[in-house]
Design a protein around this ligand. Sequence first.
Ligand code: SRM
Ligand code: SF4
Length: 581
Amino acid sequence: MTDASPCDLSAPLESLNPNERVKHDSRQLRGTLTASLDDAATGAIDETDGLLTKFFGIYQQDDRDLREERRVAKLEPRYQFMLRVRLPGGVCTPAQWLALDALTRECADGTLRLTTRQTFQFHGIRKRNLRRQVQGLVACGLDSIAACGDVNRNVICTANPLLSPAHAEVSALAAKIGAHLLPKTGAYREIFLQEKPAPRGDGPEEPIYGETYLPRKFKIALAAPPSNDIDVYAHDLGFVAVIENGRVAGYNVLVGGGMGMTHNVPATFPRLSEPAAFCAPEDVIEVAEHTMCIQRDFGDRRNRAHARFKYTIDDRGVEWFRQELERRLGRALQPAREVRFETSADSVGWHRGPDGLWHCTLSIASGRIADHPGATHLEGMRAIAGRHKGLFAITTNQNVTIAGVADSDKPAIEALLKEHGLVTPRSSSVLHANAIACVALPTCGLAMAESERYLPSLIDKIELIANEAGLAGQPINIRMSGCPNGCSRPYLAEIAMVGKAPGKYNLYLGASPSGDRMAALYRETLGEAQILDELRGLLHRYAAERTSGEAFGDFVVRAGVVRRITAGRDFQRSEAPAKSA
Ligand code: SRM
Ligand code: SF4
């Protein structure tokens, strides 16, 4: 199916981004990683090896809260590692939950972090514990291969495969695509599991990726309408299930989405994916591979700020892509079909599925599961995992669904939720439930402002204003990112704060609640008091002037508070007229 040739590097390596040389020279991601891990003189690894570990879901970080103190004490930064789990479709078993829980207490910082792409992150792993951490993961049937790096990442899909046969089909396909596009290098097993190199045939070790992998990360998502919980338009490649009579008839293929940008650099912009074609379920794997390989061959390897698939599509057009895809497939595809999304939100609380089983979606503040006095969430989830017989499904809104609970097991789980403070007025609030905050400080090296640690308290204040305006219970999705990279997909929020400097955020407004229109910049560089002042005026106006059923994001666009964004290219152009504080 794949073009047999590995990555076509027609340009000399020297003319490309330096990361291309690192990948090329790494012997399929081996580099000098073994020596780096074995070097006990430092808590860090070699810088070049640090680029390679990303392909294994591992980032070197340091605790930014401790930077100054350690600098003054003439100590090296508090180096530590973040590890992101590869969790196809965001689903794990209770036994796997228990294993992850034990691992974070043994090797990491004693917390589990649910990410905006349906998986777990561990933070604070010291170098000496990295191998143990990976080995523990593999022992429970998981790993972290390709969770980061210039490869196809975790394939995500509408949460909870137990909801219906169509959901199960979509979830199984997500896992299949992920497995098909997994890098084949033996480096992970050799370095972290300390296994002997596996015997190889004559072919290349990476038949799809070649020696330089992809120009940049590549993200695939599958949506089961009417839920757009996975924000399908934010992905490089999206498959939207066309569901007929409860079964998946095929998928619309969407290409060219992505969120990242740099403040005030208009050549960088978030962009929503566009429909390119419709394909049958049995064609999806082939379409996914060819699409990824089109990006492998045409993506910009000179400039990493222009290397995502969204720029390839924006520069060349969807029609070019469709023709190139059909050329590689050797057949024509049908046009995309009509689909309708209602919301990107999660429905928090208990819901009974058509098969009679219960599903309980828990709102987890900023996705962090930890133990605090009166809120022993890690311990509570451990106790639930100890008796739950179904699955855990992570949502991209950083929540978790305890899926597939029988009538007879529900009271005991409810009691544990209560005992461990997992259900509170805050967690039942619609504003909190669908809020998303990226990790940001203290671990993210790119953070310009707080996010995870700050958003819940800011939402408490926004909620008071909303209640005072008569909007209690009105869902509005609110997202915060510590920098413009957009890990919380803020440009798809009705209200978004994007970090600019410590304590200062750009305020974006006006995405649609179904995730098919981006927000626009409203004000720049605001502190908390100014954000709350602006929102007070707008929320009161919304309460007074909204039409029946009109969402906040739709209102601010209709009322001309912000412009309607119709193309990624226009996104940063809208920044110019916004008022700074
Ligand atoms: Fe992200 C980089 C965290 C979802 C766009 N992201 C990072 C790094 C690894 C920082 C770094 O490069 O040093 C962050 C690690 C922080 C930490 O301490 O853990 C980080 N991204 C996250 C997570 C954990 C946020 C969260 O709070 O959940 C999400 C992990 C998802 C996962 O499980 O795979 C996460 N990142 C996203 C998303 C959302 C999505 O994919 O739906 C986006 C926007 C969509 C997109 O890719 O366009 C996103 N992250 C970025 C970017 C900008 C990429 C770009 O095209 O410009 C970066 C920076 C980069 O790649 O250079 C980045
Ligand atoms: Fe870090 Fe920026 Fe992503 Fe937040 S949005 S996790 S600050 S890279």
